[in-house]
Design a protein around this ligand. Structure first.
Ligand SMILES: *Cc1c(COP(=O)(O)O)cnc(C)c1O
Length: 430
């Protein structure tokens, strides 16, 4: 399948090109020329199909023969080689737990798939590829884990100083080998902007093979649509509303793709923290991005969500149509804390701050006759400071944390300044 730029439908590239370019030169986003329709009979039979088979079916629609089927099967197997269970929380609400991968957040799924696709494409080539990735916390760790020791690929991670949790920081800075971490004096948006400027910089791109692993990359979105199928496959509800705690809106985009391929989902809820640009757009029809504000759900601290363009693309920019399928909801920091507390008390289930937004948005938005699933996007241990603040008694996750503490952290501190970052990249690759 070809992918076009959302700024120019005539500009089309292969899957491989979309993977390595990540972003079209015209600053649009790559988008599939066709959203494949899955066979309704296959969809009805979902309960009898394995996780790998589902992933393979979905991925092969987008990738065609660019990766041989047997190799793609291996990639999918490695991508989803951990549990993705649906857990019932109350009679109306279930959680899709996406945190059983190596860095305890859903981003492992996209990162594992992307790294293995890239590894396939560069096999036999002698030119090194450098992956630049801006992270508000979870992406970086997942990408580091996904690419660790993959031959021919160096990974450079930019994260905002003081704005990631301790566990997140350790998952960014304790790898070594082909993974380097840069602590930026700025926000996540600043990190993202440094990465974007690098991709648009002519000299830099002549000098080195740059690639991205952010959620703008189609190879991250495609596998993220797998688990919407796993959710419906495991659901005992007759109808499913799906609630997605969102920051950059990649996860929601992947869910919308699954739905548009034929998966039976009644409607979506886009749940945000205090960065309300999308819920506000849904309410008013006016899209006003701005600087991000820092919240307890830091992986969603995004003021200018990059994947929103893809959601507009899916609905032809029609506000009325978007509103028919997606409702918006946002939660304050205080509400995040009270939700974690209440859900623990009433359901004996510990939410992470992002899942708390998903749970609460669903609880308040569901009509009495509706049932729904929210994505529990990370394990609460990644955000212990927030979770401990919310609960009366601190949780004990020593067992889970032991693997991480005691490892040495290595990172370089840098300013939020493109020309010095560019120089650093050039020197590092000499
Ligand atoms: C990245 C992340 C999100 C936001 O996902 P988007 O695809 O950027 O909308 C939500 N929760 C957690 C835990 C995350 O790591």
């Amino acid at each position: 399948m070809k992918f076009y730029s959302t700024n120019n439908k005539a500009y089309q590239v292969s899957f491989e090109e979309a993977v390595f370019k990540s972003l079209p030169k015209d600053n649009g986003l790559f988008y599939p020329t066709i959203l494949p329709q899955l066979d309704p009979f296959w969809l009805q039979n979902l309960k009898n199909i394995s996780k790998v088979e589902i992933g393979l079916k979905v991925a092969s629609q987008f990738i065609g023969d660019e990766i041989p089927f047997s190799r793609l099967e291996q990639i999918v197997e490695e991508t989803v080689d951990f549990d993705i269970p649906l857990r019932k929380i109350s009679h109306q609400i279930a959680a899709l737990e996406l945190f059983h991968g190596p860095t305890w957040a859903f981003k492992d799924v996209g990162a594992r798939f992307l790294s293995r696709c890239m590894a396939y494409f560069i096999e036999g080539s002698t030119k090194k590829t450098t992956i630049l990735v801006a992270t508000s916390g979870d992406t970086g760790g997942a990408v580091a884990s996904g690419f660790f020791n993959i031959p021919g690929i160096n990974v450079k991670i930019l994260y905002p100083k003081g704005k990631v949790s301790e566990v997140q920081r350790k998952q960014l800075t304790t790898w070594g080998e082909n993974i380097s971490a840069y602590e930026v004096a700025g926000t996540f948006d600043d990190c993202q902007s440094l990465v974007k400027q690098s991709f648009l910089d002519k000299d830099l791109n002549e000098f080195m093979n740059l690639s991205s692993a952010n959620s703008i990359n189609v190879a991250r979105l495609i596998p993220q649509s797998f688990y919407y199928f796993y959710a419906i496959q495991q659901s005992k509800f007759t109808h499913n509303v799906i609630c997605v705690p969102s920051g950059n809106y990649g996860n929601l985009t992947a869910g919308l793709w699954a739905w548009s391929m034929g998966l039976s989902i009644d409607r979506f809820i886009a749940a945000s923290n205090a960065n309300r640009v999308v819920p506000e757009y849904l309410d008013t029809g006016i899209y006003k991005s701005g600087p991000s504000v820092q919240t307890h759900a830091n992986a969603m601290d995004v003021g200018a969500p990059s994947n929103f363009v893809r959601i507009m693309e899916l609905f032809g920019g029609d506000h009325f149509k978007i509103k028919q399928h997606i409702s918006g909801f946002s939660l304050s920091d205080d509400e995040i804390l009270s939700t974690i507390r209440t859900c623990q008390n009433t359901n004996n289930y510990v939410l992470d701050p992002h899942g708390a937004i998903g749970y609460q948005a669903l609880a308040r938005n569901l009509k009495p006759n509706e049932q729904g699933i929210f994505l529990e996007t990370a394990h609460p241990v990644k955000f212990l400071d927030v979770v401990d603040k919310a609960l009366q008694e601190p949780l004990n996750f020593d067992e889970k944390l032991r693997s991480l503490f005691g490892k040495d952290e290595v990172f370089q501190s840098i300013n939020n300044d493109f020309s010095s970052f560019k120089e650093l990249l050039i020197n590092a690759s000499r």
